[in-house]
Design a binder for this molecule. Structure first.
Ligand code: SF4
Length: 113
């Protein structure tokens, strides 16, 4: 099992991802903290940054599509301006000042029947 993460190291990770991709982080501090706490918990439970807003298959192989930043975040950001969790926002969406809303799940159901 990899070394445990702290919320600070997870915060550094999501900040680095956002900077590298040209994305913004959700500006709602409380919400952002809750997602960072969730990501930290999934890392420490599973050994990888599994999306905190989705159910897990429990293995990295089966959860590969939902390791943050997930496979679905790019199309979701193109279509809705933010990822499924509302952690990452496009610069345009962030500039609009509206909070992310609930969006449809793009991950196929019964991915591993
Ligand atoms: S929905 Fe957002 S927080 Fe969840 S894995 Fe995808 S990019 Fe990360």
């Amino acid at each position: 099992m990899p070394l445990k993460k702290t919320t600070e190291t997870t915060r550094n990770f999501v900040e680095a991802v956002a900077k590298h991709q040209g994305w913004k982080l959700n500006s709602d501090r409380e919400f952002l903290d809750s997602i960072i706490t969730g990501l930290t918990a999934t890392y420490n439970n599973y050994g990888y940054f599994r999306c905190p807003c989705r159910d897990s298959w429990g293995t990295r192989e089966k959860d590969a599509d939902i390791v943050c930043p997930c496979e679905y975040c790019r199309p979701d950001m193109q279509e809705y301006g933010h990822c499924y969790c509302g952690l990452f926002l496009t610069a345009d969406f962030a500039a609009g000042g509206k909070p992310p809303s609930s969006i449809p799940e793009r991950r196929p159901e019964n991915r591993f029947p």
